[in-house]
Design a protein around this ligand. Sequence first.
Ligand code: GAL
Length: 740
Amino acid sequence: MIKYLIIISFLCCQLVSAQKVQFTTAVFQTGDSALWATQSFNDKEWKPIGLQTYWEEQGHDKYDGFAWYRIHFNLPSSLKEKAALQDLMEVFFPGIEDADITYLNGAEIGRTGLMPEDKGGFRSGGKYRERHYILRADLPALRWDKDNVLAIRVYDGGGTGGIVGAQSFIRFLEPVDYISMDAQSSDFKIKDKTVSKEITFQNRYSKNLDGVLTTTLNCNDSLVKKQVKSVSLMPGKNVISVLGLASEEAATVNFVFKETIKDSILQSIQDVPYILTPKEKKEPKINSASAFGCKLGVPFQFTIAATGTRPMQFEITDLPKGLKLDAVKGIISGKVEKEGTYRIKITAKNNTGKDQKIVDLLIGTKNTIATPPMGWNSWNCWGLSVSDEKVKSSADAMISSGLANHGWSYMNIDDGWESSERADNGSIRANEKFPDMKLLGDYLHSHGLKFGIYSSPGPKTCGGYLGSYQNEESDAKSYASWGVDYLKYDLCSYRRYFPKGILTLEELKVPYLKMYRELESSGRNIVYSLCEYGVWDVWKWGSEVGGNIWRTTGDISDNWTSLKEIGFTQEIPASYNGSDYGFGDPDMLIVGYVGWGDNLRLTRLTPSEQYTHISLWCLLSAPLMLGCDLARMDPFTYNLLSNDEVLAIDQDVVGKGPKKTDLPNDIQLWVKDLADGSKAAGLFNLGDKLLKKSFKLSELGFANAKSIRDVWRQKNLPSRDEIEVNIPSHGVMLLKIVSK
Ligand code: GAL
């Protein structure tokens, strides 16, 4: 009779399958004793308990503290015989609250969290944290074909306690458990439109494990390419290259590794970057905007942005008095003492040819900048960990990568550069990460770049560093002495001066106006970038307080929701934009390696979303501030940021905002009037499906089109009354339309 009962009790606490012994119930006791860990302890008096819900729900309401679970199970040797690999086993619990130490027949096999007696005291192992306790199958404590006891000492520090979750079990590790596949960490490599990728496998088993790696490329929901490769994974690291993933349209790649012994699968699906910008030519091409603004009688610096092989020789006709040209670097510098618009003709020559462009230098006009600033800001990549070294490494990369040749020029330090105390004379100082601001400014200028900085009208910045409150004059002078060209002025702690968080508009304007006056008399041409997150419709009065650009939104983040919420709500703010007024700033770009701190990652936006991001910002006439580590730029990101026809839409000298039209099926059309009378238009697919459709040009409002150009691909479309579009989910088709 006794024997019969024991068998029954085994049956009700374990389910044996070919792969695992599953646990469903245990016996339970509150309190604590080291004896309860052993296999031989007599727990007959203990009460049964389920393993799927907290002990509070099983008669131990509000119990916090120590309790033990004992799970009896038989370990059939057939489990071992059937295992593909007989080396390691796993004891698995989906969750234990809060901390546990787990014993098998008296031997500790794992622990999570800290117990009250541990150094530092109790610490929860983390809610919902799975336990994967691995043991060798030859562990002497294991009792094959006999009663085994898993004893789990649990400590509940408050709230619910105990073992919870769908399934707890013991099993042998399968071949696939020894293998990890990392297809995410490496960048897609792109060379002449051939995309490749390295996949890293780790084989933690002692022998080779074989399998088949199948790569499929899908475009517009149909299979484009399939590659099947047999692989034998050696113990340790294995790097496998997969080539030929090239696609000229949005595509996804599916990597599937199937190991041979059990046919188990590891899989990763990713969006493949697709290249749209044609390759740069050897011949010179001047890419600078056709207007550049500067205040009167202050240092002037303008670098001609031009692509084409170096060395290149620059010439200028009609350069105004006071300016000189560095004919090799293409940097124009000096000081102009007479107000006016100076039309200059720039020539760029190299051994393959030449290019010419007319540029207007606007000296002393109302808005300091003629076109939205293009450059880099440290915030979206480095956050508060920005340093002199990091700024320089991105500056060097701005030049060496060739990005500067497309017009990118500002190098702006965001928050995190300020020291914790002012100097004795009250002037602001940089912290230890920036040994010499003047030297840094000189370094940037010598490379033809511009130097930007950040502060707050409050006593503290958003990152808790020193702001400019009551030190505006001194700070503006310090910036000017370092050679600063750009100031981002971020509201932050200034809000605290209004206890209920309420400011009147007039109160809000005061600190911005104050700093503007100081910048005006600083003796430098400092672009003034207001950052107050768009409150009180800043686009209506940003210019009045001297702003050249003004943030129209809260902080952006590298995901589609954020991009969509910010970007596609800019119609009204951008409708105020204009070269003679200023530009709304929907925040910095979220492409490339970003991270807001020391740990950077490739943006979470898909390639199509990134084309949308850049296209929309250009249509909005928004400042283009890269927020990524330029020293670690992948080929896709470079390609995305170096399309001169796209950038020219942003840098159009009229600087207007676009008009939006909603079309059926989550399609939006944004159209911007350009200075030459043509129009730029973005047809955005905000939906989740590919948009394959033909549009009548009259439907889009372009009935009179003489020519219509696909701007990303830099190709004219056949001139018909209709256009065929194939726009991926969250993607865009960017067009330039010239009317008859
Ligand atoms: C935020 C601002 C960010 C960044 C940050 C620095 O208020 O929106 O762009 O400048 O402060 O602390």
